[in-house]
Write a protein that binds this ligand. Structure first.
Ligand SMILES: [Mg+2]
Length: 301
């Protein structure tokens, strides 16, 4: 069966993925609250509301642009990122500065290309926000990958950051299949086939080889879990973790968060990929504890 390709079907999937992303982001970021950390280590939930961070704010812009344009328009996306940029949501310093300059009239093309001595950012920011786009294009995983590539450039122009976004979108598109979640092997094989040669791609091949490892800590030590906040240090582990538990949001969350690293981002990626499919929706009790999505996110056609 092919996923529903109507605009309303696409928006419904993208919003479901965005909610899963927000829960992962918001609960993941609770690990950085010293009073909540011991609770979470025992897998107990802290009191809400849990605040989401930059991952959810940027993903909300991705969904808003898709709802309005039915594709990624880079200028509209850059404008939305800049307009809705809240300095207190935990953005990295380079993106904070970039979005401020765009808001003041700067050209994102020049600004994003100039980051890090002209190499562009290879941070995980383009990947952390993109799962809802994959959900939108669950009827066309190739298009998901293509639109994700375009979506990265307003902030992240290094090849690894771009491929990281392509990989997460491909995973969310494949996870959104109406036939139910694919097997761990077929999810990662499908993603690997859709992304170009890169360090992210290498990491995904290693992740594929490690699917039968029971110990997430060992896998995170090999693949990375976002401690360097680069795309290649973040995406392979996140997709390893998502692939193994596509129908079990709670298990996927605890495994992902348990290894540490850039927990709000790895959990945002995992949550967004899982919730692209119906079987991977977050528990209702968790959704209720997350602060509301921004009011400018469209909820219907
Ligand atoms: Mg964050």
């Amino acid at each position: 069966m092919t996923a529903d390709s109507s605009s309303s079907g696409r928006l419904e999937r993208a919003l479901a993925s965005l909610r899963g992303l927000a829960v992962g982001d918001a609960l993941g970021s609770q690990f950085f609250v010293p009073a909540h950390y011991p609770l979470l280590k025992r897998r107990e939930l802290p009191e809400g509301p849990w605040q989401w961070t930059d991952d959810t704010e940027m993903a909300s812009s991705v969904v808003a642009v898709l709802a309005a344009e039915h594709r990624i328009d880079q200028d509209a996306l850059a404008r939305s990122f800049a307009e809705h940029h809240d300095f207190d949501r935990g953005y990295g310093p380079a993106v904070n500065r970039l979005l401020r300059l765009v808001r003041e009239g700067g050209d994102w093309r020049e600004l994003a290309a100039g980051l890090f001595n002209g190499q562009g950012s290879w941070g995980n920011g383009a990947a952390m926000r993109i799962a809802p786009l994959g959900a939108w294009y669950a009827d066309d995983p190739e298009q998901a990958t293509h639109q994700a590539e375009i979506s990265a450039y307003p902030t992240h122009q290094h090849r690894e950051a771009v491929v990281g976004a392509m990989a997460v979108a491909a995973a969310a598109a494949l996870a959104g299949s109406p036939d139910g979640p694919p097997s761990p092997e077929s999810l990662l094989d499908g993603v690997i086939a859709l992304v170009p040669k890169s360090a992210v791609g290498q990491g995904l091949r290693r992740a594929r080889d490690m699917l039968d490892y029971g110990d997430a800590g060992t896998v995170a030590a090999v693949l990375g879990c976002g401690r360097r906040t680069t795309a290649h240090d973040t995406v392979p582990f996140a997709l390893w973790s998502a692939a193994r538990r596509l129908g079990d949001y709670e298990a996927a969350f605890w495994t992902t968060a348990g290894v540490g690293g850039d927990v709000d981002t790895t959990c945002a990626i995992v949550g967004g990929v899982l919730a692209s499919g119906k079987a991977g929706a977050p528990p209702a009790e968790w959704v209720e504890r997350v602060e509301a999505l921004p009011e400018w996110v469209p909820t219907g056609p």
